[in-house]
Design a protein around this ligand. Sequence first.
Ligand code: SF4
Length: 76
Amino acid sequence: MFIEVAVDAKSAADKELAKKLVEVCPVNIFATDSAGNVTVVQENLDECVLCELCVQAAPQGGVRVRKLYSGEVLER
Ligand code: SF4
């Protein structure tokens, strides 16, 4: 695993954002649970292409992608 994706609690419970994240991520790292909340699909994390579409789709600080090999965090 080379990255970690963190969704803050407020964004995780935002059902509209959940749909948007599922839509924008090209490698299906986001999914929704039965309540419509955002979940991170751990087994797909290695497919991340670092496109930042999830970071840009979320409000400031909502989604952060951390590169575990360098410690760099993609966020806005
Ligand atoms: S950076 Fe791109 S590929 Fe990686 S989780 Fe976000 S949307 Fe998906």
